[in-house]
Design a protein around this ligand. Structure first.
Ligand code: ADP
Length: 174
């Protein structure tokens, strides 16, 4: 299980194959980690996002993922995924798991092995942190994703501690 690592800090500093973005369906930037990634990547990222095909303004439906170039970030790609809005979208657990699975499958298709990942839906989208950790880490540890090296960038002491506890439980097989 050494392929899943938990770090505290700013994801925009990661040097990896792909940085994962907790985006919204429009995919043209936003608040939270999305805003931080766009600020650090510069206008090239926004330009790359505009190139992604859209249907009625939606470039990435909730639970899916899209890949673009990474602008000025120290990564080859940004993988944008959209998590559920807790308390608003139906079946949030399924959609959150789908967001991680879609992200990892896209990474594998593009030959990425090292990923930096934020806590999708854990900010403005309001997902309870403990439940989100169980879903995120459960999917990340599925056999299908064995070849990926995943570094979760957790923003703050509280969320880091919660995810650390859940990962320890999974490692202990409980
Ligand atoms: P969502 O809309 O999916 O909830 P947010 O960006 O609001 O996305 O929050 C997702 C998580 O990312 C939250 O835990 C938030 O604290 C965290 N976050 C915000 N900025 C950064 C950053 N620069 N690096 C890593 N995580 C961040």
């Amino acid at each position: 299980m050494t392929r899943v690592k938990l770090l505290q800090g700013d994801i925009t500093t990661a040097e990896v194959d792909a940085i994962v973005n907790a985006a919204n369906e429009v995919m043209l930037g936003g608040g939270g980690v999305d805003g931080a990634i766009h600020r650090a990547a510069g206008p090239a990222l926004l330009a790359a996002c505009r190139e992604v095909p859209q249907v009625s303004g939606v470039r990435c439906p909730t639970g899916e993922a899209r890949i673009t170039a990474a602008g000025a970030l120290k990564a080859r790609f940004v993988i944008h995924t959209v998590g559920p809005r807790y308390g608003i979208d139906a079946n949030p657990a399924q959609l959150l798991a789908d967001a991680y699975r879609s992200t990892y499958r896209l990474a594998l298709e593009h030959g990425c092995s090292r990923l930096a990942i934020p806590a999708i839906s854990c900010g403005v989208y309001g997902y309870p942190l403990d439940e989100a950790a169980r879903i995120a880490l459960g999917v990340s540890l599925e056999d299908e994703f064995n070849s990926l090296e995943m570094a979760f960038y957790l923003f703050g002491e509280e969320i880091y501690t919660i995810w650390e506890t859940v990962l320890a439980e999974y490692k202990a097989g409980t």
